[in-house]
Write a protein that binds this ligand. Structure first.
Ligand code: 3SL
Length: 238
């Protein structure tokens, strides 16, 4: 199977190039970690939305659905939203059974851009081994789509892509990858066992640390904590 890694939202191939492939979207800090955590804690669905205005509109148009609003701009809570983009906010007590309209700077854009693939998985370090096992089972070509940060390469998303490649190899999958995939796999192997260091070293990690979000960094760096396989289908992640 062929597994290509794309480092930023801008590099995600157009729909016609994703057709026939499985996509995996990664935004370790913090959108896909938060989505996986919310769903693991029983959220009904997470709807990736591009702008806060659109989120307010969808909520106003569907009052019966009792949407929660979550996400960030510049890493902080959007005025009028229920929750920000910290996975620690999405506890079972708050989200169980609730649909969430979710908008973030890079992550939700990446998810929407990957929509042309046959199937779109949402991944982070928490569920990377489980996602790799699923890809090995499917035996289909894969596009690993890293969100990156503000259209730049990010260490943490690349390492997560590398973790998926590493666990695919461990599962015995015969994988061919692109140059970005080689870099990603080597980066993961270099930091395996100390992913917390990598997340703290990353530019975005340092930005979040300055905002006092060190606990988020520790949480997002946990490899294999979850086994869920969230899928983006018909406009929502379930
Ligand atoms: O850009 C995004 O999608 C966010 O995950 C960024 S932040 O960690 O909330 O700053």
């Amino acid at each position: 199977m062929r597994v290509d890694v794309y480092p930023t939202v801008l590099n995600i191939p157009p729909a016609e190039d994703l057709a026939g492939r499985v996509a995996v979207v990664i935004d370790v800090l913090r959108a896909t970690t938060t989505i996986c955590t919310a769903l693991a804690n029983g959220a009904d669905t997470v709807v990736p939305i591009l702008t806060p205005e659109e989120a307010f509109q969808v909520a106003a148009d569907n009052p019966d659905r009792m949407f929660l609003l979550g996400g960030e701009r510049k890493a902080v809570l959007i005025p009028g939203f229920n929750y920000g983009n910290s996975p620690l906010e999405y506890t079972e007590a708050r989200v169980k059974g609730r649909p969430i309209l979710f908008t973030t700077t890079n992550g939700t854009r990446a998810i929407r851009r990957a929509a042309g693939a046959d199937r779109v998985y949402i991944a982070c370090l928490l569920n990377a081994p489980a996602v790799a096992r699923e890809l090995a089972r499917l035996e289909q070509d894969v596009a690993i789509c890293c969100a990156g940060t503000h259209d730049q390469f990010s260490l943490e998303d690349t390492a997560c892509a590398g973790a998926i490649l590493h666990f695919l190899a461990a599962a015995g999958a015969p994988v061919e990858t692109n140059d970005m995939g080689v870099v990603a796999r080597d980066l993961f192997r270099e930091y395996d066992g100390r992913l917390g260091d990598l997340v703290h070293l990353s530019e975005h990690g340092q930005r979040l640390a300055k905002l006092g979000l060190q606990e988020d960094l520790l949480f997002c760096a946990q490899l294999g904590r979850l086994t869920i396989l969230p899928v983006f289908t018909e406009g929502q992640v379930v």
